[in-house]
Design a protein around this ligand. Sequence first.
Ligand code: NAD
Ligand code: UD1
Length: 333
Amino acid sequence: MNILLTGGAGYIGSHTAVVLAQAGHHVVLLDNLCNSQASVVTRIGRITGQAHPLEVCDVRETARVQHILRQYNIQAVVHFAGLKAVGESVQQPLAYFNANVSGAISLLEAMQAEGVRKLVFSSSATVYGQPQYLPLDEDHPTGAINPYGRTKLHIEEMLQDLAASDATWRIAILRYFNPVGAHESGLIGEDPSGTPNNLMPYIARVAAGKLPYLNVWGDDYATPDGTGVRDYIHVMDLAEGHRAALDYLNHSTLPCEVFNLGTGKGYSVLDMIQAFELATGKRIPFQVGPRRSGDVAACYADNQKAAMKLAWHAQHQLGQMCQSTWQFESGYL
Ligand code: NAD
Ligand code: UD1
């Protein structure tokens, strides 16, 4: 298939581009480069041995997106493009609603106009809000607790309404748990600008000596060691999930479905420190600080639906997540 990846130069988009190209699809990347660099496309090409077009474009430029859909005879879209920093979304809610919600509307209008009806959308486990039970299945009530999460929920609702209005749509909403790790080549990975907010990139910067120690946000949660528990998933497994979802959309009879993409296993902050130290031989000094506002104690997926319907299973273990993170961070190829 000819597949357009909006936000394709970003962290998850670049890994998905590799997987889709290696599965024989033609990928076209669309990105405004607000959180990525054009050079990533060369790196993707070094891995796949192919050249992939990059259209530097904002998804909110509807007419241009429409033109790109036509120009490359696009048959399916994976929509990664958007803003994702929770703290920033609290400070700048309008920027988030504009980029994420208006961006999705613009893309969907362009797709509708060009008759492209297959879409995979990047959602997040954040839409479950405070877990009422664990593991989280797709029927767990939703309720986002910050503007970023609310943009994802709004888009999910919009997609459900769109699918209800026109049953020819084939939409997969993927709720990612905590993506970490990097491609085994070390050529692409997660490279947040400034001080990272998320745990794994922060640990990697401590290991590299760029930050002095890790702050562990709270050790008094109702979890086995008191620190927060999450479902960390290797970004290459996540990328495979997109390939599986696109395959599924080709024979699915339902216009819109939601899938969790997680491993189903929860690891604490202290587990992650230990796993990283074991996998890399690096010491990660840490200090326990107060809880981070908005954090939940534990969050991990029930991934049975993706296993059953998409025939998708996460393959990578925690050690590989840590090793590949370190390989990318430390830059030895
Ligand atoms: P990322 O920032 O690395 O990638 C997003 C890409 O979209 C960037 O390259 C950015 O330049 C581009 N972009 C942003 N706004 C755009 C616009 N208006 N037009 C065109 N391009 C635009 O983020 P990521 O981690 O790869 O996340 C991809 C998607 O997955 C996002 O929608 C994010 O909300 C979602 N998600 C990410 C995580 C995570 O932990 N990384 C978890 C759950 C969901
Ligand atoms: C964060 C986002 C969430 C997003 C998810 C995807 C917040 C509040 N939530 O969730 O919307 O969908 O990433 O990856 O940002 N931790 C530390 N020290 C640190 C950083 C994190 O102890 O320096 C702890 C946290 O308290 C948490 C765990 O590590 O228990 C994971 O944190 P993080 O990587 O930020 O992910 P989430 O909180 O799950």
